[in-house]
Design a binder for this molecule. Structure first.
Ligand code: FCB
Length: 459
């Protein structure tokens, strides 16, 4: 269903339509006003880590084009903007002096959103750990959790009065497994023991962050953004179904279990518990404080089969092929029903608060032709996933909003600038922004909200 008017009718009037970005991916100005390097500045300048050795020095130059970009967001008709705050701007060395100039930038950002009637959804950590903390062990060191707690307190003390919601972490799955076990993201480690330390320290930092935010600003809704995986077994054999269960515990349970149930999954602890760092008294209570909301970032399902190798490490799975081979330009399978299956499964397994889809979108690399970008497949992708979201609302799931990833093309981590997710095209030579076909379509949908039929808040 792609007619914006018909689609809009499937959503309650107070559903939030927004767009999302992250600091390192768009800001540039990596040395401006006291900012110091993050682990991504270091990583992207190492040979062989990021496509074309692209880096975040200029990115979309958003830091210097803030007002124009805020006008662009407003022109897209959305009622919310999800952005992240760069820790290396606020406390450039991770611990130690606070950089007021860094905070000033986010002051202007939130004031600019308020002036335009757009809600501010801030994320405190979207992967740009101050590089200085890497010297102490980065996320593998327990001290980093306490450094994060202080950073959270500092950011919220200054900005919290004008935020509409805050998330502690974006996708800890990436900053833990993808960064410390699979070696794809900064700091690029491939080590289960390091990854298990990063896991517990990150979970702890989340909990300490929640407490710090609430101490500063009790009324500010606090959440956590997770890229939960919908995991399908590659076949219906018992071995593949068991593999899918192990994968669920490893990829989802290691984060959802502690945050929403106060415990790591049993199978996970049986296999890896003796390699975990010390879980100190009170840690699990800190991690499992009740949240006001959670965010789901969803792009693609995961399909797994049992790893036949003798002694394979937990979760002992190998990738299984998609059933239908429809992929975006980055190679991710397109399968909208997985979004529905995932929300249903997670709500069956855990007691979850209100949910925002904090990221969803697709990589298609069409360029500007004759002043326009015809990205019909992205438009279809977003429409199909919104259709599933509307089904979930009809079934009674508390889906409160949807943020398109992304406002504009940006630095796609290990893929550099070659992979484009924006509903707005960025010409990196000129920094000219061109709203794509999907962006015009999204405006027709989003600008209908908020509207008068606030019906579904029955509970
Ligand atoms: C997510 C990230 C986001 C973006 C999208 C494509 O994993 O949170 O920054 O890179 O993927």
């Amino acid at each position: 269903m792609t007619d914006p008017k018909t689609l809009a009718e499937r959503f309650p009037g107070d559903f939030l339509f927004g767009v999302a970005t992250a600091a390192f991916q768009i800001e540039g100005a990596s040395k401006a006003d006291g900012r110091k390097p993050s682990i991504w500045d270091a990583f992207s300048n190492m040979p062989g880590r990021v496509f074309g050795r692209h880096n975040g020095d200029v990115a979309c130059d958003h830091y210097n084009r803030l007002d124009d970009d805020l006008d662009l967001i407003a022109a897209l008709g959305v009622s919310a903007y999800r952005f992240s705050i760069a820790w290396p701007r606020v406390i450039p060395e991770g611990i130690g002096p606070v950089n007021e100039k860094g905070l000033d930038f986010y002051d202007r950002l939130v004031d600019g959103l308020k002036a335009r009637g757009i809600r501010a959804f801030a994320t405190l950590y979207h992967w740009d750990l101050p590089l200085a903390l890497a010297g102490d062990g980065g996320w593998t060191a327990r001290s980093t959790a306490y450094a994060f707690q202080r950073y959270a307190k500092t950011a919220i003390a200054r900005l919290g009065d004008r935020l509409d919601a805050v998330a502690t972490f974006n996708e800890p799955w990436c900053s833990v497994w993808l960064s410390h076990l699979y070696g794809i993201h900064a700091p690029g480690e491939r080590n289960m023991d390091a990854a298990l330390h990063a896991l517990h320290v990150t979970n702890l930092a989340h909990g300490l962050g929640v407490a710090a935010i609430r101490a500063e600003r009790p009324s500010l809704p606090v959440g956590l953004v997770l890229n939960a995986h919908q995991i399908y077994p590659g076949s219906e054999t018992a071995a593949d179904r068991a593999a899918a269960d192990r994968a669920f515990d490893f990829h989802n349970g290691a984060f959802f279990g502690p945050a929403f149930g106060g415990a790591y999954p049993e199978s996970f602890m049986q296999a890896l518990g003796d390699r975990m760092p010390a879980i100190e008294p009170g840690d699990m209570e800190t991690i499992s404080q009740t949240l006001d909301w959670w965010g789901l970032n969803y792009y693609t399902p995961m399909r797994v089969a049992a790893d036949p190798a003798e002694g394979a490490e937990f979760p002992a799975t190998v990738p299984a092929p998609p059933v239908v081979d429809v992929r975006t330009d980055i190679g991710w399978e397109v399968h909208p029903p997985a979004l529905g299956d995932l929300i249903r499964r997670l709500n069956a397994d855990y007691t979850l608060p209100d949910c925002y889809i904090t990221e969803n979108g697709a990589c298609y690399n069409m360029d500007v032709e004759g002043g326009a970008v015809d990205d019909q497949p992205r438009l279809d992708y977003i429409a199909d996933h919104l259709d599933v979201t509307a089904d979930l609302i009809a079934e009674g799931y508390p889906m409160r909003g949807y943020f398109a990833w992304s406002l504009m093309d940006n630095f796609e981590w290990a893929e550099g600038y070659r992979m484009r997710f924006g509903i707005v095209h960025v010409d990196y030579e000129t920094q000219v922004r061109t709203v794509k076909k999907s962006g015009h379509w999204y405006r027709q949908l989003a600008s209908r909200f908020p509207k008068g039929n606030h019906t579904y808040d029955a509970a």
